[in-house]
Design a protein around this ligand. Structure first.
Ligand code: NDP
Length: 331
């Protein structure tokens, strides 16, 4: 099978040159491991951080080694108790056709309960991120006006719907194209949306939220964060989920110029990483799982076919090629 390796570390925007595709023999599962044939994998913005050297909340990818990331596959050989050939598992050894996965790092998933892609999206890490950010970090209340940046992506589109289902008065989204804005209004159920390329974010946000915002779910940082601070009501809560506008910057970018408003408006601005929010996982699965079964969640996927195309799918996430979740179909 194939595996995709980090060839070199990018400086600024990554390119296809930073990836290698290698033909390798399927590994032998050791005692306590399963051999998994991957079917679908996720490409995510956080992987850009792992391509760089330097300490963060996950260690960097190693040059010359296969990349890692969320994937769902089928067990084709089992050396681990509790796993049988034919089981489907969620694990973190994506970017390759075959992976030997320690049983402890594999979670069985049920293809009859939800489509396999859902375990990488609505019921998986992005869904949990949206839910934890709104419920646990921003402590969204009924009647809040909620602003979400990166709204047409995986996390953002789910955050918008969760906010609405949990009683937000108004949900406003920003995205990078007219088509995405239309998608937010027509399919996802946002009350207002704008294209951040159409003019200053702060002006567009003010127009959409003359009453101010109570919650900001930040996926973008930069001018979006500055605008949200400007338009925030007193005691607004910010869930700092990501800052994708900064990930490919070659030098550190200036911060919001209006930071003193965090003080004068008594804002709560809190960064979070989804893996620290396990205490809310059962609540997430129960609440979002029920909405999904009842057809209350709309989700779109942008699926790229073939493991060979995974590097370009990943670059596509950074470019904004995706509406909803970007996934790679491996087999
Ligand atoms: P998305 O599906 O939202 O894909 C990324 C999107 O970002 C693109 O589609 C693009 O859409 C947008 N984008 C790219 N560059 C810019 C820019 N300069 N300004 C504004 N938007 C831009 O990815 P995810 O849903 O997986 O992730 C969304 C955010 O959540 C990211 O910041 C990610 O790092 C973060 N995250 C954080 C987690 C945590 O634990 N804290 C966990 C998971 C994700 P467009 O066309 O609109 O520009």
């Amino acid at each position: 099978g194939l595996e995709i390796r980090l060839a070199s570390r990018p400086n600024g925007w990554p390119t296809l040159e930073n990836f290698d595709i290698a033909e390798v023999a399927a590994p032998k599962p050791a005692e306590g491991e399963v051999l998994v044939r991957n079917l679908v994998m996720s490409v995510d913005p956080y992987m850009r951080g792992r391509m760089s050297a330097g300490k963060s909340y996950v260690p960097p990818f190693e040059v010359g080694a296969p990349l890692e990331g969320g994937a769902v596959g089928e067990v084709v050989e089992s050396n681990a108790e509790g796993f049988a050939v034919g089981d489907h598992v969620l694990h973190n050894s994506g970017w390759r056709d075959y992976a030997a996965v320690p049983a402890k790092q594999a979670t069985k998933v049920d293809p009859s309960a939800a489509p396999l892609n859902a375990y990488l999206y609505v019921l998986g890490m992005p869904g949990m991120t949206a839910y934890a950010g709104l419920v646990d970090v921003a402590e969204q209340q009924e009647g809040d006006v909620v602003f979400i940046s990166g709204a047409a992506g995986a996390v953002g589109s789910l955050a918008g719907q969760i906010a609405k289902l949990r009683g937000a008065r108004k949900v406003i989204g920003s995205a990078g194209s007219a088509e995405k804005v239309q998608y937010l209004l027509d399919e996802v159920g946002f009350d207002a949306a704008f294209n951040y390329h159409d003019g200053p974010v702060v002006e567009q946000l003010k127009a959409a939220a003359p009453e101010g915002i109570d919650v900001y779910f930040d996926n973008v940082g930069g001018d979006h964060l500055e605008a949200a601070i400007s338009v925030a009501n007193d005691f607004a809560r910010f869930a700092e989920c990501g800052m994708i506008s900064q990930y490919n910057a070659e030098t550190p970018q200036p911060g919001p110029r209006n930071m003193f408003m965090m003080v004068s408006k008594r804002l709560k601005v809190e960064g979070f990483i989804v893996m620290d929010r396990a205490h809310i996982k059962d609540q997430f699965v129960a609440e979002v799982g029920a909405w999904l079964r009842d057809g209350k969640i709309s989700y779109r996927e942008t699926v790229v076919d073939g493991l060979r195309n995974a590097p370009d799918a990943f670059l596509g996430v950074l470019r904004g090629d995706n509406t909803g979740k970007m996934l790679v179909k491996i087999a």
